[in-house]
Design a protein around this ligand. Sequence first.
Ligand code: M6R
Length: 685
Amino acid sequence: MCGIFAYLNYNVKTERRHILEVLFNGLRRLEYRGYDSSGISIDSDLSSDPDVKSRQPLVFRQEGKIESLVRSVYQEANTIDLNLEESFSVHAAIAHTRWATHGVPSPRNSHPQSSGAGNEFLVVHNGIITNYEVLKETLVRHGFTFESDTDTEVIPKLAKFVFDKTNDEQGGQAVTFSQVVLEVMRHLEGAYALIFKSSHYPNELVACKRGSPLLLGIKESTQDVNNGTPFHDDKFLTSKGHPKELFFSSDTHALVEHTKKVLVIEDDEVVHLKDGGVSILKFDHHKAEKHGRLPRPASVQRALSVLEMEVEQIKKGNYEHFMQKEIHEQPESLTTTMRGRLIRGGSCKAKSVLLGGLKDRLKTIRRSRRIVFIGCGTSYNAALAARPFMEELSGVPVTMELASDLLDREGPICREDTAVFVSQSGETADTLHALEYAQNNGALCVGITNTVSSAIARKTECGVHINAGCEIGVASTKAYTSQIVVMAMMALAIGDDTISSQARREAVVDGLFDLPNKVREVLKLDDEMKDLAKLLMDEQSLLVFGRGYNYATALEGALKVKEVSLMHSEGILAGEMKHGPLALVDETLPIIVIATHDACFSKQQSVIQQLHARKGRLIVMCSKGKASLVCPNGTCRVIEVPQVEDCLQPVINIVPLQLLAYHLTVLRGYNVDQPRNLAKSVTTQ
Ligand code: M6R
């Protein structure tokens, strides 16, 4: 999805070339989110015309990869003789990666979008403006002409309209930049994070958000200012004169190499960077409702947080691709997920788990009418994998909801429900809307996310952070296995008061302790999966059959294959085989059957026999040493995986399928980390 980035240097002498590089690098860090075009705006050289006192903003936009924007900027700079060595002690610049929603990818539809000639107001936007057509009609009536097909273009034009109108009404008495933006916000509907730059307010930036994520990063040369303590804008302004660099970004990845001090901007906040200070205004909807009038902005106090993230996490290291790195680091990511949460037990203490973010809510969850797992894509699959164990240990019925489907149906959720929201990014629009819906219906809302301070982490009443580390490849891999482990731990915590299941719980705790080692073992199948990928690389389609604990593995394995290798693939519940899918079986279509040892094993043996009888082209995944039980006459290909406690087996079984998807993609020559049309964080519905 779109990524926004901005850089403002204050009293830090910076060459134009450096400013450009900071912007390009910011965009490169946001690249993983998915995009099809990009753009930036910086200031021009000072005009030789004495009447033009300020520098006009320059805009550069390009379709395609960031490197093509980089090339075009330097070419154009050369053509217009832009001095790249010119130094600025203060300068405000904005940048954007666009994931097309309105209008095809093209320079004209890329951001920054402009108010018109002279670029009086420029805007970069992540999200969707739902009432843009009405706004556009009004602005056209006031003489504005539109150049793009985007929803965003109404925003800078509206800013110019508000600026001109307010200045006329106030008889030239200056309106501030944040006042203009506040007024613009009052007219916008939809989801957005925005950054404004304007020739009327040189060296200032204003950002605001409603729905889409946005962070401010602060790099100061003085050490003591506001580190981890709340700051009021007045207090913060005491450091006004201090040299500093300020950054806005859609996520932490573009900030961490500059600073770890960040402010997570909240909905309805307007952040104004001016004269080296930061001021924050917020619409107070609550007060406005109480007094029955339109919301008014008030100055707010906020605390900076310190990022717990290292630059290395966002680099590929010795790997070719992020997806490959993330698959191979699963032994470590699982260890981090479980760190400090598993209790080994002792002479008088049972083996158990401790989930700090849930412990005060366990009683309420146990008393729930049902637990509803809600998510999208891989996160939904992870919850599906955890469902049987959650039902077994909690004794509470567990139902599954794809977030978008729950919203389409407006399915019943009530105050006796515990709704568990599962999301790697914590920013997925469908999941966020489902959260809002469940909250309005009074359910207890629990979050399971990988992103501290994400919207889902902030808006749920309690939850568990999966601690898998940054996941950059669009295909979710290590987050999936960590999500399953978190939900298994959650089931253990919920079932902790039941004596009859103690032996089972202890066996699962032992299994969790050993899980990273077993994942290390299954990763040794890498070469074998590469060979299998060579065999399958020219196929049109691949089916994956699973059931019980591994129905989710079939869905997730197929999702991985289709999203990155662009090969059609379908995960099928083996119990449904005779109700339709069997018609597809012949000697050419490759079928992976997951038949590791658990309570469903004999049923899977029967599935294999039936597929075999129809000359199916089978690849069977089985527990180590059990090949002869799944393929007695040696005619099918077998993938042998280490056996673990049945409810943890999905964590092991998905790994060979992740490797297969990865190798298929490389062999078929597709982009592994940024698959066609997909975005890492789906922040629009
Ligand atoms: O960030 P989330 O976990 O909420 O994202 C949900 C899906 O968009 C995501 O899992 C998607 O299916 C991945 N590309 C799968 O690899």
